[in-house]
Design a protein around this ligand. Structure first.
Ligand code: ADP
Length: 318
């Protein structure tokens, strides 16, 4: 695959260089022909007075200007066209690479919890397990099923968004909705601290299921990309006709050069060798699509002294 890509890239550059060289050669040839023609006409005019020298001069200048200006327009058009083709080709390659990464990670993401659940089930069938061991296994089984559920939900959500998902907007208290998600994550990750503050009556017209998905994805990321001993904080505030939902962590943060790309479908920072956390690169893309469908905004803000804040802004419902 990599060598095929390299071969294609070399071929692509050979074609581009050939096109530029061929065009330059034709332009120089035309220019030279005009010069030779002009010199010949000048020589003829020296012997034959019926030749109009002024007309020869004017025709020569006209042709010269035409070759230069049309050549420039044509050259710029070719370069511009090549640049567009090159960009489309590179973005296609990037998308293919991400799709490949996605298929690899999703296979892993789905197979691991399934294998783990099978193992838990098999072990639970054994006789003589202590109560502690049984509880431990049940907790592992629960965690794995939650992980599986979250991945399957994200894949379904991505497919639904692509198929023009119909949002059912209804007046919803976003503070209560966020609080219920915090409670669920706190139950799932009792070793972590997840807090929520804000305006208790923060009503907006939203599709509750989708906004719940956005909040889940952001809380999950905040937990995933920060250390165990740090906390995750949510705030839901209603002010001046707007509701601001912030999800804040003290993790690694996102470098400036990556902040635009993280919203792309399947995009994950780093590569398969360097990534420590599992994922599919769908979470932030889904969040962005859903918030945009609500005519809201979602953005990344660096956190002080370290970490990330994701800010969602939506209009309040009257
Ligand atoms: P993933 O399944 O990889 O988590 P996302 O679309 O949710 O996909 O996120 C895209 C990338 O953005 C992640 O791979 C990660 O590198 C980065 N990212 C997202 N949230 C955070 C965060 N809270 N802290 C640091 N990096 C983050």
């Amino acid at each position: 695959m990599a060598t095929l890509k390299k071969k294609f890239s070399i071929l692509h550059w050979v074609v581009i260089i050939y096109l530029i060289a061929a065009f330059s050669w034709w332009a120089i040839l035309l220019y030279k022909k005009n010069e030779t023609n002009y010199q010949l006409q000048k020589q003829l005019a020296a012997y034959d007075i019926s030749f109009d020298k002024a007309e020869i001069e004017s025709s020569y200048r006209k042709q010269k200007n035409m070759i230069i200006s049309e050549g420039a327009v044509f050259g710029i058009s070719i370069l511009f066209g090549l640049l567009l083709i090159n960009r489309a080709y590179k973005s296609e390659l990037r998308l293919n690479q991400r799709l490949n990464d996605f298929l690899l990670s999703i296979t892993h993401e789905l197979k691991t919890p399934i294998a783990s659940l099978q193992l838990v089930n098999k072990t639970l069938q054994r006789d003589g397990l202590s109560e502690d061991k049984r509880k431990d296994l049940l907790k592992t089984g629960w965690d794995e099923s939650v992980r599986l559920e979250s991945q399957v939900n994200n894949i379904l959500a991505a497919a639904q968004i692509e198929q023009a998902y119909k949002f059912n907007f209804e007046k919803t208290n976003l503070y209560e909705l966020a609080k219920s998600r915090v409670k669920r994550f706190q139950k799932m990750f009792p070793e972590r601290t997840i807090e929520i503050i804000g305006t208790e009556n923060s009503y907006a017209a939203v599709d509750p299921e989708s906004i719940h998905r956005v909040i889940d994805n952001l809380i999950h990321n905040a937990l995933k990309y920060s250390a165990q001993d740090t906390s995750v904080k949510l705030s839901v505030k209603s002010q001046d006709g707007k509701i601001a939902i912030k999800i804040n962590d003290q993790g690694s943060g996102i470098p400036l050069s990556e902040r635009k790309k993280i919203w792309d479908k399947f995009y994950r920072i780093g590569n398969e060798e360097t990534r420590e956390q599992p994922g599919t690169g769908l979470g932030l893309w889904i969040a962005k699509q859903i918030v945009s469908a609500h005519k809201g905004k979602i953005k990344y803000l660096p956190n002080q002294p370290q970490g990330s804040t994701f800010l969602i802004t939506l209009s309040t419902a009257s």
